[in-house]
Design a protein around this ligand. Structure first.
Ligand SMILES: Cc1cc2nc3c(=O)[nH]c(=O)nc-3n(C[C@H](O)[C@H](O)[C@H](O)COP(=O)(O)OP(=O)(O)OC[C@H]3O[C@@H](n4cnc5c(N)ncnc54)[C@H](O)[C@@H]3O)c2cc1C
Length: 432
């Protein structure tokens, strides 16, 4: 089968790119080895929050990251290892921990996120309530004065990018969100931020792609390529060979594995995170919330509550850590009175503390690998080594909220239009 474009990867990023290119007249085929939208895009926190468009490496993180190496229960954890991949990644991560680079990254990440927020708002008006798009705003709260200050610093940075926020004292925040416990010392509210149900959003993108004439093939894994004169002439998949003028790599945290088949070495590691989705919560918060000190995201959907957190740098490791799940649940419980029937087991009770509260069943638990680049900026652009290869991958914690903006930037570059924002920070050549 031959098409103008073959997109490999049917997460929210691949679907957004495929939809954009098909709508603009390129005949596009998309493949995934699993049903679309069921990778890392499946049960994330659902935030579409440009105020949160920060790269992972930030100034002053060096000592913190050393601590994470040693503390397996920290919300951000780096599994110590002598793997050359990890060492190279960490070196680049540390080099990116400077203010000028962080500000350049914030500028472009907020641009693609703001574009995405508008896009999802329009998507919701086209497809109706199925994607549960709501502009509830985002509340950042902390139980420490340093945490409150960190939220205020972020608010000031974001104000420079045109994203409004307002500071809330302890009393104001407790009145504003009555499910919060008095441990909270204050926070910041960003009123224009939104949320949606991530899997439904992927399905809506897939539907629009297919309605525009795009093709999603039955699950197929790309495992190799034929290269001729520096260009891909054939993609080998478990459903047979495919040909396209342009191949888009949108394979999230699996990207390095596939890129290696083209002798390309791109530094993406999986940032493992968990979510649990609770039903029957009698006291549901009104706003999406970031519990700053615990780095826990709380998202109230109309019928459920999702709690998400932790970022553990791994390779392709999908194992589940019950202690991390417990840390997320306990962290949320410390800050929020959700009126759950089962109280959390005491921290010091060894066997009891190993199991989750009865109110959480296995089907509520999920983990995903965020595709993390060491400088916290995705790769969006043509390969400098393989003529007809285009990357759209490495969206770290921001894939949902920046996918439509990334797709727009990708199509600007592919069609040679003025790009939505500076494209240089996204250039794959910085790593290839
Ligand atoms: C706990 C948690 C909470 C999060 N919360 C948010 C949030 O609130 N907002 C936000 O913006 N982001 C959030 N994220 C991050 C977000 O989920 C990711 O950035 C995003 O899903 C990445 O999308 P993707 O399309 O690049 O990857 P994926 O969704 O993983 O898609 C990649 C696809 O490529 C396919 N693939 C891989 N290799 C091959 C191959 N060889 N052949 C065929 N197919 C292949 C995979 O099967 C997969 O379906 C969160 C992540 C986690 C873990």
């Amino acid at each position: 089968m031959k098409s103008d474009v073959l997109v490999i990867g049917g997460g929210v990023v691949g679907l957004s790119v495929a939809r954009e290119l098909q709508t603009l007249g390129k005949s596009t085929v998309l493949i995934d080895r699993i049903p679309v939208g069921t990778g890392c895009s499946f049960a994330n926190a659902g935030w579409v929050t440009p105020c949160f468009a920060m790269p992972l490496p930030q100034p002053g993180m060096f000592f913190k990251s050393m601590k994470w190496l040693l503390d397996s229960s920290s919300p951000l954890h780096i599994q110590p290892s002598l793997s050359p991949t990890l060492i190279r990644w960490l070196w680049r991560f540390m080099c990116a921990m400077n203010r000028p680079q962080m500000l350049r990254s914030i500028e472009v990440l907020t641009e693609i996120s703001k574009y995405s927020l508008d896009f999802y708002s329009q998507l919701a008006s086209r497809v109706g309530p199925s994607i549960q798009f709501e502009k509830r705003g985002l509340l950042m709260v902390s139980a420490t004065s340093s945490g409150v200050q960190a939220a205020i610093d972020e608010m000031n940075l974001m104000a420079e990018r045109g994203i409004p926020g307002r500071k809330l004292s302890r009393d104001e925040v407790l009145a504003f969100e009555p499910t919060l416990r008095p441990v909270v010392q204050g926070g910041v509210y960003f009123p224009e931020e939104a949320q949606l149900e991530p899997y439904s959003a992927s399905l809506a993108l897939a539907k629009e792609f297919e309605s525009a004439g795009g093709k999603i093939l039955p699950p197929a894994e790309a495992y190799d390529f034929t290269l001729q004169n520096g260009a891909i002439t054939e993609v080998h998949t478990t459903q047979g060979p495919l040909q396209a003028d342009l191949v888009v790599l949108a394979t999230g945290s699996w990207s390095p594995e596939l890129a290696r088949r083209l002798n390309l070495n791109i530094p993406i590691l999986g940032g493992k995170g968990y979510s649990m989705t609770l039903e029957g919560v009698s006291r549901k918060p009104t706003h999406s919330m970031m519990l700053v000190d615990r780095k826990i995201a709380v998202t109230p959907f109309p019928d459920r509550l999702r709690i998400a957190g932790t970022l553990e740098l791994v390779n392709q490791d999908f194992s589940v850590s019950v202690s991390r799940l417990r840390a997320i649940y306990q962290g949320a419980h410390e800050y929020l009175d959700l009126g759950l029937k089962t109280e959390v087991a005491r921290k010091d009770s060894s066997t009891e503390a190993q199991s989750l509260p009865a109110s959480i069943s296995a089907r509520d638990l999920w983990r995903g690998l965020r595709p993390c680049t060491p400088d916290g900026v995705p790769l969006i652009g043509f390969s400098s080594k393989v003529k007809n290869l285009f990357y759209c991958t490495g969206h770290q914690m921001l894939g949902l909220q920046s996918a439509p903006g990334s797709a727009r930037l990708a199509s600007d570059l592919i069609f040679g239009r003025t790009p939505l924002t500076h494209s240089k920070p996204f250039s794959p050549a910085r790593f290839e």
